[in-house]
Ligand binder design. Structure first.
Ligand code: ZN
Length: 491
């Protein structure tokens, strides 16, 4: 049985505006005092009227322009009617048939696989609506409290076409979108904080015939997006292969057990009885032919920052680094700036060999230490000047890579001058054979048993001796040269 997964995503993102979507309450996702940022408008008192936040419209249009969406000349808001305790009005102001952006696409540019990174995921639409309040259930499950700080916060919804086939593709799409939204400055899109929330629609088609659609809701990490889809594909495959039917339903994700579970059955599409929001005017977004409209799209397009996939391409071309390394830098703007600064300060003689070294020491070692020690970027004291000096010394062969890594461990916290460390600790690479030979004779004198082992064929005995010599020279010797010299002694 040929079963093909068809997956579509719906991604909601809270926009980073100063005030809410239809009132002048602060839009502050960090607010910890419940029901502080509320007013009669976002609490839906009778007789109040919404006023559109133009900045939110602008932010969604910027996203659309970056995704190559069509921005129609006219748009409008609609009421989506449903009841839920976190929705004070009894309806949500959303967009139905005239969204701000239609179509567009986003490539899976963060994939390390070059073929996959060129794959474009088609987007159906991007529209604007308002967020709901937050329900807080007490731990004893006896009561529920409501916080309306979030009610009325501008929320962007992006819907993809059902063209995704694996959990990994869905994750790469969401990661790429997050990076784009951050680059455009429209949202922090932090999934853990609920600023970006993913829903997945998934069905398995048999011989090109679409199957029953299952929805997975409230996915709040990239891992959850990928794993829940892979789990669901397996689950539905087993059902269909057993000759049973998949039920149309909404499922949740248990991140602990890594399984999806049934939340509620969806026998028919809910009727939201959409109708145009009577309290808001139709929006004249821009004019194709003459002056007029709320925005000048040409100007907005020309002011777009460099988009992350363009930055990645530039990095690969300018610095000759791999797609994988470029992905790390493009997702970490502070590391990217540090890398560029360092390369610009390298000795011109060593630019060619030093650039990949700088990239490698930064993306592997510095970011590795940062992660391991739980450091913030500001905790890293190392300056790009000093780091460039370290790389110069490595590229010129003055110090060994072992010494380089040792020094790095210190200077990351102290920023002590690299040249000074090399000089005071005598770390210059020893490639003077006669100097090494005296060290070797001493080690041979003191390790007779190991030498007998080596002569009996124990290969790692040699590594032990090299290690002793490295320790004696505090890593300053060339291990390859030591190995050669030891072997000469025994031949
Ligand atoms: Zn308000």
């Amino acid at each position: 049985m040929e079963l093909e997964p068809t997956i579509g995503l719906e991604i909601h993102t809270e926009l980073k505006t100063k005030t809410k979507m239809f009132c002048d309450c602060l839009n502050n996702p960090e607010e910890i005092v419940a029901n502080k940022n509320v007013c009669p408008v976002c609490l839906a008192h009778p007789g109040t009227l919404p006023v559109i936040n133009k900045k939110a419209l602008e932010q969604v249009i910027i996203v659309g322009l970056a995704l190559n969406s069509e921005v129609p000349e006219y748009s409008k808001f609609d009421r989506k009617n449903y009841f839920y305790p976190d929705l004070p009005k009894g309806y949500q102001i959303s967009q139905y048939d005239m969204p701000l952006c239609k179509g567009g696409e986003l490539s899976l540019f963060l994939s390390n696989d070059l073929g996959e990174s060129k794959k474009n995921i088609k987007i159906t639409r991007v529209h604007l609506e308002e967020d709901t309040g937050k329900l807080i259930h007490s731990t004893d499950k006896e009561s529920t409290l409501i916080d309306f700080n979030r009610a009325g916060v501008p929320l962007m919804e992006l819907v993809t076409e059902p063209v995704i086939h694996t959990g990994k593709e869905a994750r790469l799409f969401a990661q790429g979108l997050q990076l784009l939204l951050r680059t455009l400055g429209v949202s922090e899109a932090d999934m853990e904080k609920g600023q970006m929330r993913c829903e997945v629609n998934i069905s398995l088609s048999e011989n090109k015939k679409l199957g029953t659609k299952v929805e997975i809701k409230n996915l709040n990490s990239f891992r959850a997006v990928e794993r829940s889809i892979d789990f669901e594909i397996d689950r539905q495959k087993k059902i269909l292969e057993d000759g049973e039917k998949v039920i149309q339903e909404t499922r949740g994700w248990d991140a602990g057990k890594e399984i999806t579970y049934s939340q509620r059955l969806k026998e028919e599409a809910q009727d939201y009885r959409y109708f145009p929001e009577p309290d808001l005017p139709r929006l004249h977004i821009y004019s194709k032919t003459k002056e007029g409209g709320l925005f000048n799209l040409e100007q907005m397009e020309s002011q777009l920052p460099k988009l992350p996939w363009q930055t990645k391409q530039n990095l690969i071309q300018t610095y000759d680094i791999s797609s994988q390394e470029a992905n790390i830098l493009v997702q970490n703007d502070k590391a990217l700036l540090f890398f560029k600064d360092t390369v610009s300060k390298l000795d011109p003689k060593y630019k060619k060999t030093g650039t990949p070294l700088a990239d490698n020491y930064l993306t592997t070692d510095i970011l590795g230490i940062k992660e391991k020690e739980g450091l913030d970027w500001k905790d890293i004291k190392l300056s790009s000047d000093n780091f460039a000096r370290l790389i110069n010394n490595l590229a010129s062969g003055k110090i060994s890579s072992r010494v380089g890594k040792d020094i790095l461990l210190d200077i990351i916290h102290s920023n002590q001058d690299v040249e000074e460390i090399i000089k005071t600790r005598g770390l210059e690479k020893i490639s003077n054979e006669s100097q090494l030979k005296s060290i070797i004779s001493e080690i041979i004198r003191n390790n007779q048993k190991t030498i007998e082992d080596y002569k009996k064929g124990k290969e790692n005995a040699l590594q032990f001796l090299v290690g002793q010599a490295m320790a004696k020279t505090r890593g300053a010797a060339d291990p390859k040269l030591l190995e050669k010299l030891f072997k000469e002694q025994f031949s």
